[in-house]
Write a protein that binds this ligand. Structure first.
Ligand SMILES: Nc1nc2c(ncn2[C@@H]2O[C@H](COP(=O)(O)OP(=O)(O)OP(=O)(O)O)[C@@H](O)[C@H]2O)c(=O)[nH]1
Ligand SMILES: [Mg+2]
Length: 332
């Protein structure tokens, strides 16, 4: 797992006297360790620049893995002036992170965020962003439970395709189902397919494909939906301003031929933000369901079994009913 990130900045990276060093979260590298700093920099002298569009403001070199002073370091050089480095646990293989590291640097630096590297706060924000995303990548992609193959052989295996626009709570739901935990600060958007394995009572195992919801990633939905046994569409009930967008994306996918007749669970999340459980909430839910059905044209869902659930991943409302609902929809 990644445990630190650092950045060297200089007018000319070889000029050690004129170098600024930033680290997050711990001050793991300093000027006092000139030998270490020098070794890191030296390796970058003969590296190819990644093939990239000439319009890119920042030229990002291929990352280099080094093991120095018992530190497992993976660094990339930007515009020959900046080195950004990741420090992993010793048993990690930095090359597992090659694509995500390059992708993140390119996305953060060359997508119009306007980094100038003049302000300390800018550098800190950049380091924190990369740190969180790489940690998230570890949680989602690298750390997979060893029991998967065992389940594969023994039990039934269902692919659950979970989608919905960004920030509706998809990853929070998967986390809740898997670990029972919820965290308000669990805010990092999903970037890749996040596949988690969740026991389906005694019936087998669900492979839940948690899709990234941000606009730029929605084209990935079509790549991920093949062979789904069930689809879950999630809506943020508290964010009515995005209903129109959500409806459009919903029907785009639902109308896809590959999903014909595949059962659907519609999860309307974040009810804690709109309904006070102490009030006459049953009536409120009833009205809300009616409004939603009209707005989303749910009466037009044809030729498939489907169900509707109100949830709050935050307060755990109805979360215990998700797996039974999926099993009911899947049952012959
Ligand atoms: N109040 C409230 N907040 C929630 C609930 N579920 C999730 N959240 C919050 O909503 C935010 C977004 O949650 P995520 O799980 O990352 O959303 P997502 O759908 O996976 O988003 P993308 O990965 O970008 O598609 C986080 O800050 C969560 O803490 C809920 O039931 N109630
Ligand atoms: Mg997510």
């Amino acid at each position: 797992m990644l445990h630190n990130i650092f950045l060297f900045k200089g007018n000319e990276i070889q000029d050690l006297e004129d170098l600024n060093i930033y680290c997050y979260p711990n001050e793991i590298i300093s000027f006092d360790n000139k030998i270490l700093v020098n070794k890191i920099i030296k390796e970058h002298n003969n590296v190819d620049v990644i093939q990239q569009s000439p319009s890119n403001h920042f030229k990002i070199d291929e990352p280099i893995a080094q093991f120095i002073d018992d530190l497992n370091i993976y660094t990339s050089c930007v515009n020959r002036k900046i080195i950004i480095g990741l420090i992993f646990d010793n048993e990690d293989n930095p090359y597992d992170y090659k694509d995500i590291f390059k992708e993140l640097l390119n996305e953060l630096l060359n997508n119009g965020n306007g980094y100038s590297f003049n302000e300390e706060i800018e550098v800190e924000n950049l380091l924190i962003s990369i740190f969180i995303d790489i940690r998230r990548f570890y949680d989602e992609v690298i750390e997979k439970p060893p029991e998967i193959e065992y389940y594969y052989q023994r039990d039934a295996f269902f692919k659950v395709f979970l989608f919905g626009i960004d920030e509706v709570g998809k990853s929070s739901l998967v986390r809740r189902l898997k670990t029972g935990k919820f965290n308000d600060n669990f805010f990092t958007p999903t970037r890749k397919f996040n596949i988690e394995y969740i026991p389906a009572e005694e019936k087998g195992l669900f492979a839940v494909w948690d899709m990234p919801g941000q606009k730029t990633f929605r084209s990935k939905w079509l790549k991920g939906l093949q062979d789904s046994n069930i689809i879950i569409y999630m809506i943020d009930i508290a964010n009515q301003r995005r209903f129109e967008e959500s409806k459009k994306e919903f029907w785009n996918v639902i109308n896809n031929n590959e999903l014909r007749a595949i059962p659907l669970l519609l999860v309307c999340n974040k009810t804690d933000l709109v309904i006070n459980a102490r009030e006459s909430y049953k009536k409120e839910f009833h009205n809300l369901k009616k409004q939603l059905s009209e707005f989303f044209n749910l009466n037009k869902i044809k030729d498939r079994r489907w169900k509707f659930l109100f949830t709050s991943v935050k307060t755990n409302y109805n979360i215990d009913n998700i797996i039974p609902a999926i099993l009911t929809l899947l049952s012959p």
